[in-house]
Design a protein around this ligand. Sequence first.
Ligand SMILES: Nc1ncnc2c1ncn2[C@@H]1O[C@H](COP(=O)(O)OP(=O)(O)OP(=O)(O)O)[C@@H](O)[C@H]1O
Ligand SMILES: [Mg+2]
Length: 180
Amino acid sequence: MSESKGVTLWFTGLSGSGKTTIANLLVRDLLSRGSKLEVLDGDVVRENLSKGLGFSKEDRDTNIRRIAFVANLLSRNGVPVITAAISPYREIRDEARQMMDERFIEIYVKASVEACEERDVKGLYAKARSGEIKEFTGVSDPYEEPLNPEIIVETERQTPEESARQILDFLEAEGFIPKR
Ligand SMILES: Nc1ncnc2c1ncn2[C@@H]1O[C@H](COP(=O)(O)OP(=O)(O)OP(=O)(O)O)[C@@H](O)[C@H]1O
Ligand SMILES: [Mg+2]
């Protein structure tokens, strides 16, 4: 099997909600099926494509528009793409959706601020609370929940494997990847 359909799996959710963790599980599964695949992870993008951008509303919007631009280029050429950036603003996510139309699958990686703060994988919440980091999503900057995402994974109630399985089931059911 190497027929893949162009699709963008647009992850959105708070820092520490599980975007990168679940994306990595999907990568493993999709590659094992022989699928083409590209990943645009927020942390990686900010080191290159968006190097130098900060966390003001304007810079965040620019960052997300760049990710959407690249995801569109790839997905329209038949390459499945996973984006894993916080993408806190609804308006810019909806812009990306309009650009990619039926190739756009919004996945809300849902966890409360409290749960993410408890995990504090990168120690960022502690820095946000102490004021060392300003404009931190969920603490001192807004996160606008998706209103109609194609998929919601509840990472406080599921294991990462269950969340990944839920997404794969959706992709199979919708014909984006062959059933196995
Ligand atoms: N169901 C779940 N899905 C994903 N992660 C989970 C789940 N349950 C617990 N976790 C844990 O939550 C943490 C999520 O961290 P991760 O780096 O994936 O978040 P992120 O959304 O990519 O954050 P950031 O926006 O800062 O990059 C990991 O430590 C992971 O083990
Ligand atoms: Mg991440």
